[in-house]
Structures are given as structure tokens and as C-alpha cells.
Design a protein around this ligand. Structure first.
Ligand code: PEP
Ligand code: MG
Length: 324
């Protein structure tokens, strides 16, 4: 199988019906970067910056962060890296930060909520990313955006930092993309202006699913009851894709489900044109994608929905097996 994936590594992830899906990989540590070349991903669709904070025993200094991000960009050799700003709290607690005793950390003071309430670290991180980019393009995304105003406020932090860097005479990125992670159902219903303001949306399916189904992602017992290919969840995703299409906003899916071939095919059939996954999944997803006709998968999904199925999994799996 490994050889089969290696043989398609440099081929596009193009479906039988001619639709090209961009496949990116998720990363978080320097050690992940060599996979970029070996797995054939087009770029890093999600770089979880908190991992580099989690493996230390004290808060990194700005200069260290600049060097770290520069090394990531160098290792990516010009491929796009979407740096997700710190997502701490919830399951990721920094050893050198006072734990805040919350009954529900996943729904508590985490991610961009911390970044906006205590902007010191967020600003330091943005400044480090800009300095690391050193005049090259930069892509940043904010985690756990739930309201339009949170995106606006986070973007305003970015603008402030950019203005400051310019004043200091430091080179600004030649191009800057600022995106939001959609990880809570509410953002899907945000006002139209949100979709116009954001440079791109990345669906964090792990968190989104946990909140869509009110089922803790860490708790197998409840998590397993709810299928990703449940028609309600797919209809929600389809609505968000539709809103993005309307405002020409690129959208990508970067939760773990993007790396599961059947899920990936369904997301592509619903209109996702970009997926980000663990490196080992890029080959298998591309392999399957190259063999399917997405419009046919879409009809299978629609038929299953119309006939009242709760999940489209059986219908899509049966269809794929018939094709094999
Ligand atoms: C997600 O929630 O799907 C996601 C990509 O972020 P994380 O898994 O780091 O929470
Ligand atoms: Mg998340």
C-alpha cells in the first residue's frame, strides 16, 4: 500500500469527474515537517502552535518564537503554512500557567477567549509570526471563533501589531491571510458580514462535532453514538459551504475526520475543495478520491437523506464497494 501511495504522491487529488481537492496536512512540531514532502501534501492546513508551548517548562520568549516559526517556514520550503494561534485551555493546559479551575474546560476560558481577554501572549505570537515571515506571505488563523465580533477583535489585534512592526521598520508580509476556525455551531449562523470579512474558514471538526452533538470528544462512550456522516451534521456542513460559496470565501476542513477516506469523499461531495489531515492519511484519501465521481456520491448522499436514513455511511460505503 505504501508504494501505491508513493506512486501517486506527485499526482493531483483529482476525482474521476475532474474536481480537484487540495490536500494539506496537519502539524504541530518541527518533527512533523519532513512529512510535507514525503506525503505529498500541498501545504500545512493546520499548524497547532500550542504544541511547541506545551513541550516547554516555561513561556517561550519572542525571539525564540521568531526562530521557531522561521524554522517551520524554512522546512515548508515556500509551501503555505496556516499557523493557528494558541489554543490553550480545554484539553491543553500549559504547565507554567495557573490552571483555572473550571467545571467545563472544553466550553470554558480557552483559545481565542484567552487571547482576547489577555492579549499579551497573542500579540507576542503575532509579532513573532510577522517577524519570522520577514516579508514573505503569512497565513494565520484564530481558533474557536464563535462570534463575528471575536474575529473582528482578533483581526484588530493583528492590525495593531502590523502597524507597530511597520513603525519599527520591520518588513511586513507580502501577503497576509487571516482566517477563522469554525468549531462551534453558532459561527455557521454568523451575519453575512463575517463571511465577507474573513479571508478563509477552516472547520475544526473535532470540536465542532463535540458541540453539535453535545458529546465530549474525549469520552468514547458518548462520542461513538454520533456518526460524522449523520444527515443533520452533513446538512449543517453543506449550509456553511453554501454560505462560503456565496461570498467567495475559501473553506477547508481540518478535523481528524478529513483524514478518513469515506468522510473525506463525502465532504468533497458536499463542496469542500480543501481538506487538511494527518500526513499518513494524505495517500489513502487521494487514492480513493482519484477513483470516484463526486457527483455520483452526491446523489447517493441525497438519496439516503430523502429516504430518511439517519446516516449516509451505509449508502456511501455500499456505493464505493460497488465501484471497487
Ligand atoms: C478541531 O477541533 O477539529 C481542530 C482541528 O483543533 P484541535 O483538534 O486542535 O482542537
Ligand atoms: Mg479544536
Amino acid at each position: 500500500a505504501q508504494e501505491r501511495y508513493a506512486s501517486i504522491r506527485d499526482l493531483p487529488a483529482r476525482s474521476k469527474c475532474g474536481t480537484e481537492i487540495q490536500l494539506h496536512m496537519n502539524a504541530g512540531l518541527m518533527a512533523d515537517l519532513p512529512s510535507l514532502e514525503s506525503c505529498g501534501a500541498l501545504g500545512v492546513g493546520l499548524f497547532r502552535t500550542e504544541l511547541q508551548f506545551l513541550v516547554r517548562n516555561k513561556m517561550p520568549r519572542r525571539a525564540e518564537l521568531v526562530a521557531l516559526y522561521r524554522r517551520v517556514m524554512d522546512a515548508a520550503k515556500g509551501k503555505r503554512v496556516a499557523f493557528r494561534t494558541l489554543d490553550i485551555g480545554s484539553d491543553k493546559v500549559l504547565p507554567y500557567m495557573k490552571p483555572n479551575d473550571e467545571p467545563n474546560p472544553a466550553m470554558g476560558w480557552r483559545a481565542i477567549r484567552v487571547g482576547l481577554d489577555k492579549p499579551g501572549v497573542l500579540r507576542m505570537q503575532l509579532q513573532a509570526l510577522i517577524r519570522a515571515a520577514n516579508g514573505e506571505p503569512l497565513t494565520v488563523m484564530f481558533p474557536f471563533i464563535t462570534l463575528r465580533s471575536e474575529f473582528r477583535d482578533a483581526k484588530a489585534e493583528m492590525d495593531k501589531v502590523l502597524a507597530r512592526e511597520q513603525k519599527l521598520g520591520n518588513p511586513l508580509p507580502s501577503k497576509i491571510e487571516v482566517g477563522a476556525m469554525l468549531e462551534t455551531p453558532s459561527l455557521g449562523f454568523a451575519p453575512e458580514s463575517f463571511y465577507q470579512e474573513v479571508d478563509f474558514i477552516s472547520v475544526g471538526g473535532n470540536d465542532l462535532k463535540q458541540f453539535f452533538y453535545a458529546a465530549d470528544r474525549e469520552n468514547e462512550r458518548v462520542r461513538k453514538r454520533y456518526d460524522t456522516l449523520n444527515v443533520s451534521f452533513l446538512s449543517y456542513l453543506e449550509m456553511v459551504v453554501g454560505r462560503c460559496e456565496k461570498s467567495n470565501t475559501p473553506i477547508s476542513f481540518c478535523g481528524e475526520d478529513a483524514g478518513r477516506p469515506i468522510e473525506a469523499i463525502c465532504f468533497a461531495a458536499l463542496g469542500f475543495r480543501s481538506l487538511s489531515m494527518r500526513p499518513a492519511s494524505v495517500g489513502p484519501v487521494k487514492h480513493l478520491l482519484r477513483q470516484v465521481d463526486l457527483s455520483e456520491v452526491k446523489s447517493v448522499i441525497n438519496k439516503a437523506r430523502e429516504s430518511g436514513e439517519q446516516s449516509v455511511r451505509t449508502a456511501v460505503s455500499d456505493y464505493l464497494l460497488d465501484q471497487a
